[in-house]
Write a new protein. Structure first.
Length: 328
């Protein structure tokens, strides 16, 4: 499974930080965040809401563009080792200079420098999707959307929303999504992970997104599943994340198999891999075991993911050649 070329569409950059990397930064900066780690060095959290707190505590160690340059390299190294050839990663101006446009540009330069280096040395391509954070509220989301709009282009290709799905409603963020849309950015939103089918409906209807982060709880309403399939809305499914956070007890019990069989465009990603003890290679392995998915299914998923990627046509053509070479 490691060798199969993979396209990942849902990865939070800071959520890809290996715990040892964060501990190293904490040591350098004399920050005491020892409470967020288990004795074995892994991240410690009890549920999704506690995970968000631990995540934000880890982010306090990321304080300048150089930290993000090194983080990006570390994350891409892990992804490339799993066979990922293209990664669309959520970037948060909230954690990169507190949504100040000037600072954001500097962080972005450092992230792009790492991306260029990784492309040269590991053959992995990175693109960014700027995300606002739902529980930080609509006001801050507007500042984030302005950062996204001002830096939209060949690298920043999309805009989305992450964070606590239970806070507010998608329509509270409409100004931000309209701002991003008008700047030419493609749109995705986290929904249907902690919210039920109605949260997926609201994201599609009120924000006009073409992809949904997770969306798996659409399975609780088959009419919605059929609508998603018909409209061609793409789901960024992160099975290992859902199992780690207790939404489903096992991979076998995860609805990705049913969604795929019913004609939904499903893609596979890791979300926050070290937090959830996963990698893209492990996701593929677990899906292979749970649903007997073979290389043919994974080739279909890679193709679906490439079609749903927010990057430009030239980049897609190059990636398509890599997928075809592997099929042959
Ligand atoms: N879900 C929602 N918000 C997030 C996540 C996640 O997995 N990671 C970082 N922010
Ligand atoms: Zn996510």
């Amino acid at each position: 499974m490691k060798k199969l070329p993979k396209i990942e569409l849902h990865l939070h950059l800071e959520g890809g930080a290996p715990p040892a990397f964060i501990r190293g930064l904490a040591r350098d900066k004399k920050l005491d965040i020892s409470g967020i780690f288990n004795e074995d060095g892994s991240y410690r959290f009890t549920d999704f809401w506690n995970f968000l707190k631990v995540y934000e505590a880890a982010c306090t160690t990321l304080q300048n563009p150089e930290d993000f340059r090194r983080l990006t390299l570390a994350v891409l190294e892990e992804s490339a080792a799993s066979g990922v050839i293209y990664s669309e990663t959520f970037l948060s101006p909230d954690f990169c200079g507190g949504r100040d446009l000037g600072a954001w540009r500097e962080y972005l330069l450092a992230i792009r420098e790492a991306a260029d280096e990784a492309e040269r040395s590991m053959g992995i391509t990175l693109r960014g999707v700027v995300t606002c954070i739902r529980h930080f509220g609509p006001e801050k989301a507007r500042e984030t959307a302005l950062c996204a709009a001002e830096t939209a282009g060949d690298f920043i290709t999309g805009f989305g929303i992450a964070g606590d799905e239970k806070v507010g409603a998608p329509k509270d963020y409409l100004w931000s999504f309209d701002c991003a849309r008008e700047a030419g950015l493609r749109l995705t939103a986290h929904a249907g992970e902690w919210g039920g089918p109605d949260s997926v409906r609201a994201a599609i209807r009120d924000l006009g997104v073409e992809r949904i982060g997770h969306g798996v709880r659409a399975i609780e309403d088959l009419a919605l599943v059929d609508e998603i399939a018909e409209r061609g809305v793409v789901l960024e499914v992160c099975p290992g994340s859902n199992v780690a956070l207790g939404i489903y007890p096992t991979f076998r019990a995860h609805p990705i198999g049913q969604l795929y069989d019913r004609g939904v465009k499903v893609t596979v990603s890791t979300d926050d891999p070290p937090f959830f003890h996963t990698t893209m290679a492990r996701e593929y392995d677990m899906l292979n075991r749970a649903f007997d998915w073979d290389e043919g299914v994974f080739a279909t998923i890679a193709r679906t993911s490439l079609d749903a990627a927010f990057c430009d046509a030239d980049t897609k053509a190059k990636l398509a050649r890599k997928l075809e070479a592997a099929d042959a």
